[in-house]
Design a protein around this ligand. Structure first.
Ligand code: NAP
Length: 281
């Protein structure tokens, strides 16, 4: 048996097409859609991610304004910038890029992003509303996990889903979204004892850790669906996930690839959230 490949590319293209249509209609009606990305790092991976968002935004007719505060920006400068963008009617979505300078707490500062423009669900208010089952923009990566499963017709109701990772940007919101879909959710993390014991009974396994090749065949039940959220840079400039695909593919029933799985859906959803935010202003 070899796992079915759950590509995210077709779904991402469909979301992009819908986003472009909505962005064009908004522009015609006098609202050119703008996403602001606040950066306060010299981190190269972060800079690459921001460039890729800007390029993807341009393709769907969204202007991406990068506000680079430099790697030494004080937390109060970042907070003030987020507050000013929140008050700016020409800006419809706001992202706070991580990492941030030492001493700056992302979730704390993201509280300065006004709820309606919090297109990557970074304001703790958005996570709280998500947990309470109230409307909010979910972090795009967490939403992408569920979207890719839906797209490929994977049933979630009543199924055992194990999420590895409990960050506020991926693991926790993904767990809430999966609970909302009536999955029976287990969340694992770095202090989990016997990781394989918790993962190898799951019907669906979501790996959001950031450790290349952490998940091997021993972690996966025969026939399970595996979603690989991890993006780990390789020495040769490539990207690998948290799942050792060579080990897991013969055991799993289905597996998202890296690259080409969760990543493109995440970017597409982020831009889709931005046009939705613009439409509701
Ligand atoms: P993070 O904030 O570093 O969180 C990692 C989580 O993994 C933590 O909860 C940590 O546990 C847990 N963990 C670490 N080592 C572990 C181990 N050996 N066994 C079990 N759990 C372990 O990372 P993140 O921001 O959530 O991102 C996770 C991955 O997703 C990264 O590779 C990131 O690049 C990727 N990502 C991809 C996209 C995309 O668009 N595809 C978007 C965002 C992130 P503790 O809580 O106990 O520390």
């Amino acid at each position: 048996m070899t796992a079915r490949v759950l590509s995210g590319r077709e779904l991402a293209a469909a979301i992009r097409a819908e986003t472009a249509t909505r962005a064009a209609l908004l522009a015609e009606a006098g609202t050119p859609v703008t996403l602001a990305v606040v950066v306060a790092t010299a981190d190269e991976a972060g800079a690459w991610y921001v460039r890729s968002i800007a390029a993807a935004a341009a393709k769907v007719g969204i202007t991406c304004d990068v506000v680079d505060l430099g790697p030494d920006a004080a937390p109060e400068t970042i907070r003030g910038t987020l507050a000013a963008l929140s008050a700016d009617d020409a800006v419809h979505g706001i992202i706070l890029q991580t990492p941030l300078p030492d001493g700056a707490v992302p979730a704390d500062l993201a509280g300065a992003i006004v709820f309606g423009k919090d297109v990557d669900g970074a304001n703790p208010l958005s996570l709280g509303r998500l947990a309470a089952g109230l409307p909010a923009f979910a972090p795009a990566t967490a939403e992408a996990v569920v979207a890719i499963l839906d797209h490929h017709g994977i049933e979630l109701r009543g199924r055992r889903v194990t999420v590895i990772g409990r960050s506020t940007v991926v693991g926790k919101p993904a767990a809430h979204l999966l609970l909302d879909r009536d999955a029976t959710v287990t969340v694992c993390h770095s202090r989990t004892k016997d990781l394989a014991g918790s993962t190898s009974t799951a019907d669906v396994l979501v790996a959001a850790v950031g450790r290349a090749g952490l998940i091997t065949a021993e972690h996966v039940a025969p026939g399970a669906v595996v979603v690989d959220v991890g993006t780990n840079p390789t020495a040769d400039g490539g990207l690998v996930g948290d799942v050792d695909a060579v080990s897991v593919a013969p055991v799993a029933g289905a597996l998202t690839p890296v690259p080409g799985g969760v990543g493109p859906v995440t970017t597409a959803l982020l831009l889709n959230h931005t046009v939705r935010a613009a439409a509701s202003t």
